[in-house]
Design a binder for this molecule. Structure first.
Ligand code: ADP
Length: 485
């Protein structure tokens, strides 16, 4: 049933059940206490009168004023009736204790051990049977509207004193009804307060659900409106809002990335189209055809480079090509990669020198080679004729360090925070024309991050830049599954 799947209804049900249990327990205890107090008062009065009647029993012409607890005569067996029938002689003061309006007056009946009646007061109900003796000599009982107290004397006589307690019983019943009414009202009030509290407490859930529904329909700008941030649900709403913020930012980055990638591809595609259209427009000389094909080849190479970069980034993002943590020599990797770039440095008339020593580090040699290629390639490309590039690899406690320093154009301070962003180019006009797509440093940073290392840059305009990469010497410990204990 949908009703019982609702958290609010379930809370209300448990709350109601608990309330009923507490109220019934409390009401029953109060009712029993009231009943016991009322009957105890009556019992005390009955007990007093039992003593009066017991004291007035005269056996075999005994002296007046002796109590009924005197020992039976020696020649008489207990329980056997005395030869002289006993009688009850009450003083006028004693008699006054059994007088009053019939119905509220006390009465007594006394029986011989054999069950024969000795005496009874005038208000005694016509039908009263002699109680049978149990473990106790004195006991109280409620018989219909009467409360009676009986006592067995050592001689075996039974004295019963009673009174109509109709009024007391009615009072106890009234009290029970009062308790039931008050309990019902407290229950209703408790349920109403519980409903109000659960509604208030669960309101953020409704807001979360409404916001999540809107977001699921595509409106990622929606946020959960919650003023109460201190409660658990408020904290949850805050966490979800932060998650939605990150999701929105990530979607925006994704959209920007796609737009940038399309934009980058558009230029070489346009080159291919323009060149081919121009070549096909009329008959061309062999040299012209060659130039056209060379331009198309350059455009295709640029597209291949770009798609390779995009593919590398996508793989790094998805964790498809995780850094294989093998022990390698960063010094050797840097030397090999730098030597491959020496012809480019020669073309640009940039001096390239390298200082390395055997420097162990944990990583993927192929990916680390790409890091060196990207950094040294940039240091040559963004240099000036006659400038220099210095590559240094050294060991520091716990890490292997690669520093690439150049004497090139440098990076403006406003560009520094963005140079690791995808498709970011500080010098847009120049780097775009030379086929730089702004993905090199983004790939470099992704690789360094995947290796658990860090990359930093220091640069001054027209003075040069210095990139420092720190990689851990030992592979990070694999995460151990949590100990269940
Ligand atoms: P690109 O393919 O454009 O070189 P990168 O991601 O490698 O892309 O570099 C991002 C931008 O950072 C470059 O466009 C360039 O403006 C700047 N940059 C990178 N390295 C250097 C450097 N050594 N000297 C000056 N500017 C640099």
């Amino acid at each position: 049933m949908k009703l019982f799947r609702s958290i609010r209804w379930r809370l209300q049900l448990w709350h109601g059940l608990l309330l009923v249990l507490v109220l019934v327990g409390f009401g029953f205890t109060a009712w029993r206490l009231q009943q016991a107090t009322q009957l105890k008062r009556v019992d005390q009065e009955l007990e007093r009168r039992i003593a009066v009647v017991a004291g007035a029993i005269r056996r075999g012409g005994g002296e007046p004023g002796r109590t009924q607890d005197r020992p039976p005569p020696r020649d008489r067996q207990p329980g056997r009736p005395s030869p002289v029938p006993p009688e009850i002689r009450l003083t006028p003061r004693d008699v006054s204790q059994f007088e009053g309006v019939s119905g509220s007056a006390f009465y007594y009946v006394a029986w011989l051990p054999g069950g024969g009646e000795i005496s009874r007061s005038s208000h005694a109900p016509p039908i009263i049977s002699c109680p049978s003796r149990g473990d106790e000599r004195s006991e109280a009982r409620t018989r219909g509207p009467f409360r009676e107290y009986f006592h067995f004397t050592p001689a075996g006589d039974c004295i019963l004193v009673g009174r109509d307690v109709h009024d007391e019983l009615a009072g106890i019943r009234r009290f029970a009804w009062f308790l039931a009414g008050a309990g019902g009202m407290v229950l209703l009030l408790g349920l109403a307060v519980g409903w109000w509290v659960s509604t208030r407490a669960l309101r953020p859930i409704a807001e979360i659900s409404a916001a999540a529904t809107k977001i699921s329909t595509g409106d990622i700008t929606q946020r959960i409106q919650t003023s109460d941030t201190s409660s658990e649900l408020g904290e949850l709403a805050q966490v979800l809002n932060d998650t939605f913020d990150r999701l929105q930012a990530s979607f925006a980055r994704q959209a920007q990335f796609t737009a940038d990638a399309s934009h980058e591809l558009r230029t070489p595609i346009s080159v291919v189209l323009t060149q081919t259209q121009a070549a096909l427009a009329r008959e061309r000389t062999v040299t012209e055809y060659r130039e056209c094909l060379a331009a198309c080849q350059r455009a295709a190479q640029r597209m291949r480079k770009l798609t390779e970069s995009l593919l590398t980034l996508a793989r790094l993002d998805s964790g498809e090509c995780p850094a294989i943590r093998e022990l390698c020599d960063l010094g050797r990797i840097a030397r090999d990669a730098t030597e491959l770039l020496r012809p480019l440095a020669g073309e640009q008339r940039v001096a390239l020198d390298i200082t390395t020593a055997t420097t162990p580090c944990a990583g993927n040699a192929g990916q680390l080679g790409q890091v060196v290629t990207n950094l040294v390639g940039n240091a040559i490309s963004y240099n000036r004729p006659g400038g220099s590039v210095h590559v240094r690899v050294s060991a520091e406690p716990g890490s292997a360090v690669l520093v690439v320093t150049d004497t090139g154009q440098g990076i403006a301070s406003e560009d520094l925070p963005h140079i690791f962003d995808r498709f970011y180019r500080a010098d847009k006009a120049r780097s775009g024309a030379t086929g730089h797509s702004g993905l090199g440093l983004a790939i470099t940073k992704s690789i360094v991050d995947a290796h658990g290392g860090t990359i930093e840059v220091a640069s001054a305009l027209d003075q040069g830049s210095s990139f420092t990469v720190r990689l851990p010497v030992s592979p990070p410990r694999p995460e151990l599954p949590e100990d269940p204990e």
